[in-house]
Write a protein that binds this ligand. Sequence first.
Ligand code: PMP
Length: 443
Amino acid sequence: ARTVCAPLPVLGSDVTVPLVTGGEVAYAALDYAASAPALQRVWDDVAAYAPYYGSVHRGAGYLSQLSTDLFENARRTVAEFLDCRSDDQLVFTRSTTDSLNLLARALPADCEVFVFETEHHASLLPWQDARVTYLDAPRTPRQAVETLERALAGRDPHGPALVCVTGASNVTGELWPVRELAAAAHAHGARIVLDAAQLAPHHPVSVRDLDVDWVAFSGHKLYAPFGSGVLAGRADWLVAADPYLAGGGASRKVTRREDGGVDVEWHESAARHEAGSPNVIGAYSIASACKALAEAGFDRLVAREEYLIAKVREGLAGVPQVKVLSLFGDDAPRVGVISFVVEGWNSSHFAAALSAEYGIGVRDGLFCAHPLVRTLLGSEPQSQGECGAPEAAPGEKSLNAIRVSFGAGTPDEHVDRFVNAVRELVSDGARWQYRTEDGRCVP
Ligand code: PMP
């Protein structure tokens, strides 16, 4: 048997939740893809800093100086974690969604954007003001590269273009061929931004090695749930763009004009897009998480996650009613994010049963990736049992799916409990607890 490292300590492991059958059980957070628990180490760092909290870039006092140093050191730590180029800029944002919207606002005039329909809405939707080409879902990583190459081949290579692609799918967990897509983009004079929201918590991300122009991710998926995200990469488009938000901190000099108006000189550093008082705890917590993950070693974390993925996939494979959703097939490399449907079950009820009867937190729905989930479910048998969703008539396709996701803090017991729960629910069928007197099913 392989020896696998222990999970990293996270907050919440001693939280208990009530069960519908009576009693309490330790909560099994298996929804890391939505938001991961804080690493204990991150919490400890934040707690140690909190009494010293002060305004960033806005005070002469000792604690303001200290907070400003921590904020700027955090920028360097995260840039190092991402292996950024020396002239890259790193902007602290609120989230991946915020980062990609910022980049969308910084596109040069007449920029074309190429994006796969399989993206999370955060990377699918911010480009609506540009000329966007939506690319059909590929069925292999190779096909993804070919699809992009075909789409780029027809464009004027002298005009600006941006490709936006996810590193790991928030639905299937599958890894995308980022390096190859970046090479294809660059060969056709386009730039590429990597949505690393699901990749960065699970694998090392090297901007240099992948040769991506920008990378975006969220602190709350990287064990640092304190309200910050990151956009890092090429400075030129960011410096040429109007500030994302207008306000203090982004402006270097503001003067009244003789005609009564106001002239503004904006910063050319990352501060240009960080107007308002920065979230120092958010930034500091991300830096703390980056350090903790680097110190734990991604080799060990990836090995542990592979072990958990195998446990879940083997467990689900033993339940014939379960169909795991996949774009690239069973052998595709993936992170700990697995979506599935269960024959005879409405996905929402199944997720509710996992919570109510087993204390397991998963997600159900379309995961903010509607086109992808619809494509994946299009080929699935309908999964409505007698507790079918009201919006899907018998014979129709399943409308949503169940997603289980995990990471560095997940103990074996959580995934074992999950696999066992799936087996039990499937074999026992819908429980009476979810029926009302008139026969409707409610969680
Ligand atoms: N991209 C991907 C791949 C995601 O999984 C998510 C979050 N589910 C986002 C972007 C958006 O992240 P946030 O909600 O933190 O902005």
